[in-house]
Design a binder for this molecule. Structure first.
Ligand code: SAH
Ligand code: SF4
Ligand code: F3S
Length: 451
């Protein structure tokens, strides 16, 4: 059979980086002549783009993979690919664990999928995990949405957070050239995309590895410079970005966000813990006082901005009192949204080897207590929307109620309202908020905004 015919299926685990990588890999497969399939059992190329941030994310991959490996015994022309962070972490070991695999490829190799697949079709079992310079995008991603899009601006991470596998699996920081980012955004604007999220594991690190001097004489091109540079891309109405790191976050960035009309009023700044000793053990490079100062500055300059974050409970050695410092930070700041996780020891990270690990019971109990508080505070934050007119970018139908459409406020709250998706998809609509819940809102249409 001609290998370049047939269907491919991609399942993506993990973060927005992986989603963006999957869209590029799908673009490559489309370009090679394969057809996308939602159903893995109808596909003869199966690609799992994997995540290893916590153990449960990794285990999920093995169970999916087990099923397809079995299928391969009956259907030898099946091509099985593991991409992403588990691939990078396990490398050759993955072939020993699942010998049916054809291709194991780390995240830095996503843009090389065609080349790697051709090696597979020539009869090889291929492992591509060596660090490389990420080749600039020449492929057209197959984007899941026609309204919102991701744009990577910096790959990798140079931090050494003691719990985290990301630097190990994503490699060192590599900033894309501002011109390449601008060109990708321009193309998205031409295609009708209204909202773009700029992505980096540590977006504040953008530009550190680029040569060049700015007009103001600073010797580095920063993320803030990039925002000023890209904010006028025609057609794009909203710009978001993630993830900010408190260690490098600047007042200049807040000012840029307050000055630039397309940049949405939302900051995602993980704090991980509210306790200084734990922050030190995590090697995060800031104190809870510094974190509070950042939030205070944001609220002074942009009083309505939404703030979201990530936090870990049950880090090795975390005492009840230290955990309560995290609760206190959440109580004091009142996040619009908080992604919480129980600490999970990861291979190759320093904290995994420490002896002061906590029991799963303690972690689960703290996670539950924190999540409860997060819901209460998010509910309080949602109150401010009641009765207000909010601008919603309509993305889709409400999957739970087909007479409603859904989209997000500029502050990133999911909002539902009655409407016809065929008429409203991709429109910016002014909606009066009539009902609030901790993580979503309901409203009614007030007016359509031109675009
Ligand atoms: N670059 C981002 C986060 C990337 S990972 C940052 O610096 O904040 C996403 C989130 O997963 C982290 O913010 C952290 O809260 C969580 N996480 C990372 N490693 C973890 C681990 N070993 N156990 C539990 N949660 C973890
Ligand atoms: Fe992981 Fe820390 Fe880098 Fe975030 S900044 S990706 S938590 S090492
Ligand atoms: Fe997971 Fe890799 Fe993202 S480990 S969170 S998919 S960077």
């Amino acid at each position: 059979m001609n290998k370049n015919t047939g269907h491919y299926h991609i399942t993506t685990f993990g973060c927005q980086m992986n989603k963006a990588d999957s869209e590029r890999m799908a673009g490559i497969l489309d370009n090679m002549g394969f057809i996308s399939s939602e159903d893995p059992n109808k596909a003869n190329i199966i690609l799992y783009n994997t995540c290893t941030i916590r153990d449960n994310a990794e285990q999920k991959v093995y169970s999916y993979l087990g099923r397809q490996a079995k299928r391969k015994h009956k259907q030898p022309d099946l091509t099985l690919i593991v991409a992403g962070c588990v691939a990078q972490q396990e490398g050759e070991a993955l072939l020993r664990r699942v010998p049916e695999l054809d291709l194991v490829m780390g995240p830095q190799h996503a843009n090389r999928l065609q080349d790697l697949l051709e090696q597979v079709f020539n009869g090889n079992q291929v492992v591509a995990t060596e660090p490389i310079h990420i080749v600039e995008d020449i492929t057209k991603p197959r984007r899941d949405s026609k309204i919102t899009a991701w744009v990577n601006i910096i790959y990798g991470c140079n931090e050494h957070c003691t719990y985290c596998v990301v630097p190990r699996v994503r490699g060192v920081e590599q900033s894309r050239r501002p011109e390449a980012i601008y060109a990708e955004m321009e193309e998205l604007g031409r295609q009708g995309y209204q909202e773009i999220t700029l992505l980096g594991q540590n977006i504040d690190a953008y530009g550190r590895d680029l040569p060049g001097v700015t007009k103001e004489g600073r010797n580095k091109y920063t993320f803030t410079d990039l925002l000023y540079y890209v904010h006028d891309v025609p057609g794009v109405e909203r710009i978001r970005f993630a993830t900010s790191h408190p260690r490098y976050f600047t007042e200049r960035l807040i000012r840029a966000c307050s000055e630039l009309p397309k940049v949405c009023e939302h900051f995602h700044i993980p704090f991980q813990s509210g306790d200084n000793q734990l922050l030190k053990a995590m090697a995060r490079g800031y104190t809870h006082e510094k974190y509070r100062r950042i939030i205070a500055q944001i609220r002074e300059m942009m009083p309505d901005a939404s703030i979201s974050a990530d936090a870990i409970v049950g880090f090795p050695g975390e005492t009840e009192a230290q955990f309560e410092n995290t609760l206190k930070l959440v109580e004091d700041i009142g996040f619009d949204q908080l992604n919480t996780a129980a600490y999970s020891p990861r291979p190759g990270t320093p904290a995994a080897l420490w002896e002061n690990q906590l029991s799963e019971e303690v972690k689960a109990d703290r996670l539950q207590r924190l999540n409860h508080l997060v819901g209460v505070k998010a509910g309080e934050r949602s109150q401010r929307y009641m009765g207000r007119i909010e601008e919603i970018l309509v993305e889709d139908t409400n999957p739970k109620n087909p007479t409603q459409v859904m989209g997000r406020t500029r502050g990133n709250r999911l909002t539902f309202f009655e409407g016809d998706i065929n008429e409203l998809k991709g429109k910016l609509v002014k909606v009066k908020i009539t009902e609030v819940r901790p993580f979503s809102l309901t409203g009614e249409v007030k007016e359509f905004v031109l675009v």
